[in-house]
Design a protein around this ligand. Structure first.
Ligand SMILES: Cc1ncc(COP(=O)(O)O)c(C=O)c1O
Length: 458
């Protein structure tokens, strides 16, 4: 067990002010809510802090608990609130739609869903222009695998170790973390290749050499474990739940080449990396100069509205027409109103550019902290998708699991919410709403500095 040091240094930087005043909270107490959850909700549902936090209001990058205390949100409802909590433009457009027609299905025409599909196509590389909307990222990935199998006539799928692609039966088969996998019959035709992340790779060499060796591992996997032909390869351009891990830039082009040579289609899971979060590009795969055959999306596309999608080429999408496919909420008018507003807001408010600039400042600050805190083993990521891996010893890379939780708790105490990830839960995950400012970053860095100082090695 690790213990917190008794004192944390006084803050040197204040949380930037906001004009937003939260409404008085008059609902059930935090303890009552906790008791209801414990009695009436499935016990598999977890909270992140030792002492659960209740959040009752949000405005842009800030959240408030039931006592009116404000927090800087650097986790964005798990990389979901792309534009800001209760963003006024998005709220207005959802409200207008809600009071006009809250529900409609694709058996009737409605402008929102068609317009969103068209607008998304304009954001994609040429040819990737046919979309199926779903409610969640898991469903989007399920559907991509289904279409890839139908379109290629092959069944085997390659995913990466340390990946997270969702919790539905098919998506859980793609996921590669024992912590998220239940012991039940799953999709036995999924094979997991070596993760190209250089920090914990079994291969040695430069990041580029490790990427090449990891891509060759996929070739081996196809030769050893499949009939020699595969339906699909799926990966996150930067793994999210896995702890913000990625291969060097050459990985995706090399692995896509190998997969395509064996009849497979390539799926980019952009659930966390999409919509400008990586700063340099709108989509994570563009950072590697590749074009996938499918792009799956969720989270940021709706700024919190339940909306997800899979985009592919028409000739692949047609594979689904051999039977009827239907999803009640696929293209719900309110969710798609949110999606249309999100795409407008990202462009109108320059959020991708903000992710690049403010994310760069944050990463540089984290790298500075790494020089004075030996607990920090690795700082990685792009734009506003950043990870800090904590280790007890930089040489052995022993995961600093308990210490990570302590940093998380200390940051919360100081008013900053972050997430954690990685197989061992020893990576701090920072994925804020993309509207955060330089002032927020400077405040957060001061909090991280003090939090890292306050944690004793266990
Ligand atoms: C990369 C990635 N893909 C898929 C999913 C699954 O999305 P959902 O929880 O909406 O089913 C997640 C969720 O965290 C994710 O991070």
């Amino acid at each position: 067990m690790t213990t917190m040091a008794p004192q944390t240094a006084a803050p040197r930087v204040e949380m930037p002010p906001t004009e937003h005043r939260p409404r008085p909270y008059n609902g059930p107490s935090r303890d009552e809510v906790l008791a209801m959850r414990r009695q009436y909700m499935n016990p598999a549902i977890f909270t992140i802090y030792r002492d659960p936090l209740m959040i009752v209001e949000g405005h842009m990058q800030y959240l408030w608990d039931e006592t009116g205390r404000r927090y800087l949100d650097l986790f964005a409802g798990i990389a979901t609130v792309s534009c800001g909590h209760a963003h006024p433009t998005i709220v207005k457009r959802m409200q207008e739609q809600l009071s006009t027609l809250p529900h409609g299905t694709t058996i009737y025409l409605h402008p929102n869903v068609a317009q969103l599909a068209k607008t998304l196509a304009a954001k994609m590389p040429p040819g990737l222009d046919v979309t199926y909307f779903t409610n969640s990222g898991s469903e989007a990935n399920d559907l991509a695998i289904q279409m890839a199998r139908l379109a290629t006539g092959n069944t085997d799928v390659i995913a990466l170790r340390n990946a997270y692609h969702g919790g539905s039966p098919t998506a859980m088969g793609l996921t590669s973390h024992h912590t998220w996998k239940y012991p039940m019959g799953g999709d036995g035709r999924v094979h997991h290749a070596v993760n190209p992340d250089p920090y914990r790779s079994p291969f040695t060499g430069t990041p580029e050499e490790i990427a090449t060796k990891s891509a060759e591992d996929v070739r081996d996997l196809i030769r050893y474990s499949t009939p020699g032909r595969v339906a699909a390869f799926i990966c996150e351009p930067i793994q999210g739940v896995g702890g913000v891990t990625a291969g060097a830039r050459n990985y995706l082009s090399e692995v896509y080449g190998i997969v395509r040579a064996h009849g497979g289609l390539c799926i980019a899971d952009e659930v966390q990396t999409g919509f400008g979060r990586t700063g340099e590009h709108y989509w994570g795969f563009q950072n590697s100069g590749v074009t996938p055959d499918f792009v799956t999306m969720a989270k940021g596309i709706g700024n919190g509205a339940p909306l997800a999608a899979v985009t592919t080429r028409m000739e692949i999408a047609k594979a689904l027409t051999q039977r009827i496919h239907f999803n009640t909420y696929a293209g719900n008018p309110v969710s798609t109103a949110a999606g249309l507003a999100v795409l407008d807001v990202i462009d109108a408010e320059g959020l991708q550019e903000n992710a690049r600039v403010v994310g760069g400042r944050l990463k540089a600050g984290l790298e500075r902290l790494a020089r004075s805190h030996t607990l920090v083993g690795d700082v990685r990521g792009m734009g506003l998708m950043l990870g800090v891996e904590l280790v007890r010893d930089r040489a052995t890379k022993e995961p600093a699991k308990g210490e990570t939780l302590d940093v998380l708790e200390a940051a919360r105490e100081a008013g900053v919410l972050i997430g954690k990830g990685g197989l061992e839960g020893n990576v701090l995950r920072i994925k804020p709403p993309m509207c955060i400012t330089k002032g927020d970053v400077d405040f957060a860095l001061d909090v991280f500095d003090r939090a890292l100082t306050s944690v004793r090695r266990g």
